[in-house]
Design a protein around this ligand. Structure first.
Ligand code: HEM
Length: 225
């Protein structure tokens, strides 16, 4: 009974939009594409799982940002506050940190599946390239997020990690200075990493995910083998 009432309510809302925007047909044509039988296998779900973890990262990241303070004086204390005083703060932070690691692992597993099934070959070369960019963005999320708790582990992890950039021939030192905002890791580095982590990377990831998904939608899934 309640179900019918709910359906009627949603249908009415749908009709309201349909009357004004006439979008049902094109939307259905875009969304309703049956998954081919050969793709109903667990290893075809790895990309979708990576995306699910990205969404979890977005939601838990927004929740953490409500209490996190991105300054060298306050960052560590704000993390302690999240862990000890905010209701379920420990859980949200734990999910954010575990899901970050899982997202990298899942992304690599998805890449491996694409490689093993030969799905990178013509006509999907460009989607492989978009995928490589997505992998780099995912790693950059992990790298910039690692500094934010501003504890010893974060500081030294970021020091060693960023030094890798410094050994690039010719431009290494300039790149290192640009990333750190100076020769050392300071408050300026934290501001930079926070901005990249919260704004630059999410925007770029959405753009490349959009491209990735549109290409998949246009070309269809690869196979059967
Ligand atoms: C944030 C990271 C990524 C997300 C969320 C993502 C998501 C997806 C999804 C949902 C699919 C549909 C089929 C499937 O799930 O297997 C897919 C397909 C594909 N992905 Fe990714 N992907 C990511 C990273 C990558 C990487 C790192 C590569 C390779 C370097 C890659 C290359 C491809 C290719 C070539 C396809 C087409 C596969 C086919 O037609 O069988 N993706 N991706």
């Amino acid at each position: 009974m309640e179900n019918t009432a709910q359906r009627r309510w949603t249908t009415r809302v749908g009709d309201w939009f349909e009357e004004r925007f006439n979008v049902r047909r094109p939307l259905e044509a875009f969304l309703k594409k049956p998954v081919p039988k050969h793709a109903i296998r667990w290893y075809f779900c790895l990309g979708g799982l990576t995306f699910t973890l990205f969404i979890i990262q977005g939601i838990t990241g927004i929740l953490l940002s409500l209490y996190y303070k991105p300054t060298p004086e306050d960052a560590y204390d704000s993390i302690l506050f999240i862990m000890n005083n905010v209701r379920f703060g420990w859980l949200i932070r734990g999910i954010h940190s575990w899901s970050a690691t899982l997202m990298i692992a899942m992304c690599l597993a998805h890449m491996l599946r694409v490689y093993i099934t030969g799905a990178y070959k013509r006509p999907r070369e460009l989607n492989w390239v978009a995928g490589v960019v997505l992998l780099l963005l995912t790693l950059a999320f992990g790298f910039t997020g690692y500094l934010l708790p501003w504890d010893q582990k974060a500081l030294w992890g970021s020091t060693v990690g960023s030094e890798i950039l410094g050994v690039v021939p010719l431009v290494g030192e300039a790149l290192l200075g640009l990333l750190r905002g100076g020769p050392d890791i300071t408050g300026l580095t934290m501001t930079r990493f926070y901005g990249i982590h919260m704004l630059v990377l999410p925007v770029l990831t959405f753009i490349f995910l959009g491209a990735h998904f549109i290409i998949i939608r246009r070309q269809g899934i690869s196979g059967p083998l």
